[in-house]
Design a protein around this ligand. Structure first.
Ligand SMILES: [Zn+2]
Length: 593
């Protein structure tokens, strides 16, 4: 999944932010202590919610697949991302290494209990960070460099890490905070519906792949025969393994103890429903006796597996096809949500299609966006009145702030917390310091969150309530997080991130051209600023281009405010380009605007 949370860099910065948050930055950063929320909301969970959580708490452990030399380490050390170990004649094969070095150390200790054979190969099922962060706890970079350990991934793996977890990094940081339980106080903490209670934190031990696939292949490693087959559902870099001698399929994140999350609201590139279905159809075609995955315990039984994967892929096709059926009847995204509040009972098979990770009313509008766009179809919605102005006019028409607040309270007391949230949303928009409105909106979202079974939606409601109560400081978290990124990004990705920082108001149509040579890696890039866009091209530099030569570290220093190093070349042009970047750390709440 993580859908999970993202690249190793994202994880590191989130960890930094979380640490600081836990150490009380929120109080330090606040100019004044927010008033306490007078509404008391009784904490509760839907009955199945706590039952489902046990799959990742009580059931955490190492499971052997019957008589076969294959073990899944399920929720290693409480962390997101399983690891599966296959023992061959003269070595071990590891499929996924979990999320960080802590989880990796746990996996390494479990492996030592199983076998003392050396690890020969590691597979990264896809580019979500809960699948490769533990690698350096299992093998050393030297072993990988000298070829004694091979690391396999699909050929778009690294490009997808850089792209999916690069371009929208600041917005994604916010999404990761809100969609997971990490920032919730202990009494509200819960598991992440696909996977585990612990998602963010720890140090990444990522080691890049050495061998990549561009098509389905057959391999034999340590005497174990395997077929690599592309799936591409949960992530576009995803593949599975079929081990014919063990009658077994490893399916990564294409199958969960929950409904798949077809597009993540935390911020992700679109996911393709047909790829999830194709992945599960391949399992149906193979009809294995064993099904293993990166968030499940090994499942045995041909017939059971056929039934589980069939209902899972059918649930996806149902939402897709029925979603389109209703789109063709003219339904808008909001109407689709009401139509698809839950799956019909015949498709709702616990735990495999329970709405703990994906949920129908979040998936349905995503299908609309993918096929139709964001537009409802009513031209009034094409370019609506600016939202604060609209709130102002509505509230005035409704008789003013006090009347609206009183109506919101009434709705809240009657249990209509969605409507009280909608009314107070307007008041908070008009005046973000209206604490009566903020507290009532917070209480409404909290009440709604406690009724919610989907872990992602629940976390978002509860984190939103904390933001409104002033307990969560988005700007401070973001600033610290982005600072952490500066010290981790490789040179090419630093330059790539500039594309999205060009301050068009400042730069206008000015043109600048610069060649940059990184003396540590030898990589060269031509950076051209024109028409308020940055074109970055890797490759040899033209002779007549102004040029700077510096190390990645020196560039980071310049970005941190130090003067450009002497003798580095045309540093004036470099400074001019940097001067045209909008480098103010973003500071936005999700619920106070
Ligand atoms: Zn995952």
């Amino acid at each position: 999944m993580i859908s999970s949370a993202g690249g190793g860099i994202l994880m590191t910065l989130v960890m930094a932010a979380v640490l600081i948050f836990c150490n009380g930055l929120s109080a330090a950063a606040a100019d004044k202590t927010p008033p306490p929320n007078p509404y008391e909301v009784e904490r509760s969970w839907p009955p199945y919610f706590l039952e489902h959580q046990k799959l990742f708490t009580e059931k955490a452990g190492t499971y052997k697949a019957g008589k076969y030399p294959v073990w899944t380490i399920h929720v290693p050390g409480g962390w997101i991302g399983n690891s599966t170990v296959i023992e061959g004649d003269d070595g071990l094969i590891v499929y996924d290494t979990s999320v960080n070095m802590d989880a990796g150390a746990f996996i390494a200790a479990e492996i030592r209990k199983i076998s003392d054979k050396p690890i020969k190969a590691i597979f990264y099922s896809h580019h979500h960070s809960d699948h490769y962060g533990g690698t350096a706890a299992l093998v050393t970079p030297e072993q990988v460099a000298d070829g004694s350990v091979k690391i396999y991934a699909w050929d778009n793996f690294e490009a997808e890490v850089a792209n999916e977890f690069g371009a929208i990094l600041p917005r994604q940081i916010m999404g990761v905070f809100y969609y997971g339980p990490d920032l919730l106080p202990p009494e509200d903490k819960h598991h992440h519906g696909c996977c585990s209670p612990k998602i963010l934190g720890g140090k990444s031990g990522y080691i890049p792949p050495t061998d990549t696939f561009s098509e389905d292949v057959e391999l034999e490693i340590a005497g174990v025969k395997m077929q690599v087959f592309y799936t591409g559902g949960e992530a576009i870099s995803e593949f599975g393994l079929y081990l014919p001698e063990f009658d077994m399929v490893l399916i990564g994140d294409e199958f969960f103890y929950a409904l798949a999350n077809i597009h993540s609201i935390r911020g992700s590139k679109p996911r393709l429903p047909e790829n999830y279905m194709k992945a599960l159809d391949l399992v149906r075609e193979i009809q294995p006796e064993w099904l293993l995955g990166s968030h499940i315990m090994p499942i045995q039984g041909r017939e059971d597996i056929q039934r589980y994967v069939t209902v899972s892929r059918d649930a996806i096709q149902y939402l897709w096809d029925q979603g389109i059926r209703y789109i063709n009847k003219g339904y808008t995204p909001a109407e689709l949500q009401q139509q698809f509040l839950e799956l019909p009972p015949y498709l709702d098979i616990a735990p495999f299609t329970r709405p703990m990770y994906g949920t129908p009313w979040i998936i349905a509008p995503e299908i609309y966006t993918g096929w139709v766009s964001w537009f409802s179809g009513d031209a009034t919605d094409l370019l609506p009145t600016e939202q604060v102005e609209k709130a102002r006019r509505y509230v005035a028409l409704m008789g003013g702030r006090d009347k609206v607040l009183a109506a919101a309270k009434k709705a809240y007391e009657a249990g209509d917390v969605q409507f009280s949230a909608e009314l107070t949303q307007m008041l908070v928009r008009i005046d973000p310091e209206d604490w009566d409105a903020r507290h009532l909106k917070a209480a409404s979202l909290r009440q709604r969150g406690y009724q919610e079974i989907n872990t992602i939606a629940r976390a978002w409601y509860l984190n939103g309530a904390n933001e409104l109560d002033g307990k969560l400081k988005p700007g401070a978290l973001m600033a610290i997080g982005l600072q952490g990124v500066q010290s981790e990004l490789p040179a090419g990705r630093i330059l790539e991130s500039w594309r999205y920082q060009v301050d068009a108001d400042k730069v206008g149509d000015k043109r600048l051209l610069l060649g940059i040579e990184f003396i540590d890696s030898g990589d060269t890039y031509t950076v051209e600023l024109r028409n308020s866009i940055l074109e970055i091209t890797q490759g040899p530099l033209a002779d007549d281009t102004p040029k700077v030569s510096l190390s990645t570290l020196q560039l980071r220093d310049v970005l941190a405010g130090k003067p450009a190093p002497d003798g580095a070349g045309d540093t004036g042009v470099l400074m001019a380009i940097i001067g045209y970047l909008d480098r103010t750390p973003p500071d936005f709440g999700m619920h106070t605007r």
